[in-house]
Design a protein around this ligand. Structure first.
Ligand SMILES: C[S@@+](CC[C@H](N)C(=O)[O-])C[C@H]1O[C@@H](n2cnc3c(N)ncnc32)[C@H](O)[C@@H]1O
Length: 286
C-alpha cells in the first residue's frame, strides 16, 4: 500500500507524487505521454506565421515541455523560427531562450512574445547557434538549461520539395529560410549537414544541466529517388560525440492523419506518402 501523504489527489487528472523528480504531472498523465506515437491536430496557423515554411504547433511543444520540466525551469531552442517553443514555455510558466538566424523570423517571434502576459523570462536572440556561447555571454545569460526542444532544418529539403515550393511561391510565401551561409538548411552535402548539425548540439550540450533532456523533431526524407535516413542518422551522430555524446532514450512518432494521399509513383514504382515525423529523445549524462 502506497503512503498517501506522498500523494496529492487531482481528481480526474489522477494523483501527483510530491517526490516526482522531473515534472508536475500525475502518474496517469505521465503514463499517457509515454506512448510511442501520437496524433496531434493543432489549431490553424495565423497569417504572419504562415510566412515561415516549417513551423511546429505550440500545443505539441507544450506537452513535451510539461513532461520534461517543472514550472520556472529553463528551456532552450537553437532553431527558434517563429518562436513556438518560447510561446509554449510562457504558457507553461517556464523560462525560455530561443536563437534565430533570420531577422524576419526573429521579428515574428519578438512581436508574438510582446503580446504575452507572463512573469517568466522569455528571451528571443538574433544570431547563429554555431555561436551560441558567445550570444549567451553577450546577453549576460549565465543560465544552465533543464531542457531543449527544437526542430532543425530538415537538411535542404525545402529547396527540393518542388510541389510544396510551387504552391508557396504562387501564394507569395517563403520557400526557403534564407540564403545565408550560416543557415543549416543551406548545407548541400548530406554528411556535411550531419556534421554541422552535431556542432550545434555540442553547443547545447555545453549549456545543459547534467541529466537534462533534449527533444529533436526531424524526419527521414525522400530525395533523388531514395530515402535519406536523416532522423536515424541524426540519432546515430549525436550518440558518438566523444565527451559530448548524448544518450539516446527513445523516439516518439508524430502521425499526421489529416493529410490527403497524393498519387506518387502509381503504376510505376514505390514512392510513399510520408505522413509522420520523429521526436527523438536524448539525455545528457548525470
Ligand atoms: C524548422 S525551422 C524551426 C521552426 C520553429 N520550430 C517554429 O515553430 O517556428 C528551422 C529554423 O532554424 C533557423 N536556422 C537555420 N540555421 C540556423 C542557425 N545556424 N542558427 C540559428 N537558427 C538557424 C531557420 O532560419 C529556421 O527558422
Amino acid at each position: 500500500m502506497k503512503n498517501d501523504s506522498n500523494y496529492i489527489d487531482f481528481g480526474e487528472r489522477g494523483r501527483f507524487n510530491i517526490k516526482n523528480k522531473l515534472n508536475e504531472l500525475t502518474g496517469k498523465e505521465w503514463i499517457k505521454f509515454t506512448k510511442s506515437w501520437f496524433i496531434h491536430k493543432p489549431p490553424r496557423r495565423k497569417e504572419t506565421e504562415i510566412l515561415h515554411p516549417a513551423k511546429y504547433p505550440e500545443s505539441l511543444v507544450k506537452e513535451f515541455i510539461e513532461f520534461f520540466t517543472k514550472k520556472n525551469e529553463w528551456v532552450i531552442d537553437p532553431f527558434m523560427g517563429t518562436g513556438s517553443t518560447l510561446i509554449a514555455s510562457a504558457e507553461s510558466q517556464r523560462n525560455c531562450v530561443g536563437i534565430e538566424l533570420q531577422k524576419k523570423y526573429h521579428k515574428i517571434s519578438s512581436d508574438r512574445i510582446n503580446k504575452l502576459e507572463t512573469d517568466n523570462k522569455i528571451i528571443p536572440l538574433l544570431g547563429s547557434s554555431f555561436e551560441l556561447n558567445k550570444l549567451l555571454i553577450k546577453k549576460n545569460i549565465q543560465q544552465d538549461f533543464d531542457y531543449c526542444i527544437t526542430s532543425p532544418p530538415y537538411w535542404n529539403q525545402l529547396e527540393r520539395n518542388s510541389i510544396r515550393q510551387k504552391n508557396r511561391k504562387e501564394n507569395g510565401l517563403d520557400t526557403i529560410y534564407s540564403k545565408s551561409k550560416n543557415d543549416l538548411g543551406n548545407v548541400k552535402d548530406y554528411n556535411e549537414f550531419l556534421d554541422q548539425q552535431s556542432l550545434i548540439f555540442d553547443n547545447i550540450y555545453d549549456v545543459m544541466k547534467p541529466g537534462g533532456y533534449l527533444t529533436i523533431i526531424t524526419n527521414n526524407i525522400y530525395a533523388d529517388g531514395r530515402l535519406f535516413p536523416l532522423a536515424f542518422d541524426t540519432a546515430a551522430s549525436l550518440i558518438k560525440r566523444g565527451n559530448k555524446s548524448w544518450i539516446l532514450k527513445d523516439e516518439k512518432i508524430w502521425l499526421h492523419d489529416d493529410k490527403p494521399l497524393i498519387a506518387l509513383g502509381v503504376n510505376n514504382a514505390w514512392v510513399g506518402n510520408r505522413h509522420h515525423q520523429y521526436c527523438l529523445i536524448f539525455r545528457k549524462d548525470r
